[in-house]
Design a protein around this ligand. Structure first.
Ligand SMILES: [Cu+2]
Length: 349
């Protein structure tokens, strides 16, 4: 736990010092000009005060040099801040190619976290140190915002959309996680802890040391795929009524009408909840909606399952991976939202 109430949260991620350096520079710059201006106002007020009742000020007709200076210096300072700020922003906005992906779902009033290996947590999040972690974030009800001050990261959780943030924690320990978007009565209670562990400890925790052992997210998705009867149309071979899902994520899908879309998790989600929004070319628009029947977490599980399908259906569309395949034998693609070719990313373990 953080001792006392420090003015600034500890720096516990690779981005923390970069964010802070920019922030401190802004504060120093503002302080410098505040002091300079106040001091000059006071100095000039005294120096150029009226000394006689009938005194009239000297006429001044501008100074080109002075105007160039007070235009040029702010321009340079603004450009420095722009380039510096943009570089920090891009570093925060672009996760490395290889990340450990964890899902976060905001809900009035809790944070639910799901690890791909199957561990689920509420208001606690366990992550390994020195491994880039990408959080794929959505909300079940209203706007929330996932905020981990010690990592200097914050991202909105938006119903119906997937957003992401990433960090590499640099020191083990417990850190705050907040909701940073007012989301109703108990918004202030929507808080929790991030536990940064040594990677080996994290593996042990995933293995059941910290939470009840369960099926992996993809296996949960596979069960749902059967329970919800997705199997009846999306598997079965050449005569099946729905498109095969092997290698779907990241691929380009041609729609009825000739347009095409990249199959992102958001596309998968939309197709589950609003099947008529984007109908795949060559298939009849017969899929029922699953609105109200699946939670956001179940949609994530279904998406993970689809990702885990072998990219080559072999034409047979056997669909499901062999039932009971042990977790981790599938080369799952931890692609959470960007149009990345399947297989180009592997989780760090
Ligand atoms: Cu909230």
């Amino acid at each position: 736990m953080q001792a006392g109430t420090p003015l600034f949260p500890v720096q516990a991620s690779t981005m923390a010092s970069r964010v802070d350096n920019l922030y401190f520079f802004l504060i120093a710059l503002s302080a410098f000009f505040t002091v300079l201006i106040v001091a000059l106002v006071a100095y000039f007020a005294v120096k150029y005060r009226r000394r006689r009742v009938d005194e009239i000020g000297a006429p001044i007709h501008g100074s080109l040099a002075l105007e160039l200076v007070w235009t040029g210096i702010p321009l340079i300072l603004a450009m420095v801040l722009f380039v510096w700020g943009a570089s920090v922003y891009f570093a925060l906005a672009r996760p490395p190619a290889e990340t450990l992906d964890i899902y976060a779902v905001g809900k009035q009033w809790m944070w639910k976290f799901q690890h791909r290996e199957g561990q689920r947590e509420i208001n606690t999040l366990h992550v390994p140190a020195n491994v880039p972690v990408r959080m794929i974030i959505t909300a079940e009800d209203v706007l929330h915002s996932l905020y981990i001050p010690s990592f200097r990261v914050k991202m909105d959780a938006i119903p119906g959309r997937y957003t992401q943030l990433w960090f590499t924690a640099t020191r083990t320990g417990e850190y705050h996680v907040f909701c940073a978007e007012y989301c109703g009565t108990n918004h202030s209670g929507m808080i929790g802890s991030v536990y940064v562990m040594e990677p080996e400890q994290y593996q042990a925790w995933l293995g059941g040391g910290g939470a009840p052992q369960g099926a992996s997210l993809a296996q949960t998705g596979e069960q749902l795929f059967t329970q919800l009867a997705c199997v009846t149309c999306h598997t079965g071979g050449p005569t099946q009524r729905g498109p095969a899902l092997n290698g779907l994520l990241g691929s380009t899908v041609t729609l009825e009408g000739g347009q095409s879309v990249t199959a992102t998790p958001a596309y998968v989600r939309e197709s589950i909840l609003e099947p008529m929004a984007k109908v795949v070319a060559g298939y009849p628009p017969i899929m029922p909606t699953f609105q109200g029947q699946v939670s956001e977490e179940q949609i994530l599980a279904l998406t993970e399952y689809i990702k885990s399908l072998p990219a080559q259906g072999g034409g047979a569309h056997g669909g499901a991976a062999p039932a009971g395949a042990p977790a981790g034998t599938q080369p799952a693609v931890p692609d959470g939202g960007t149009a990345v070719p399947p297989g180009s990313q592997q989780p760090q373990r």
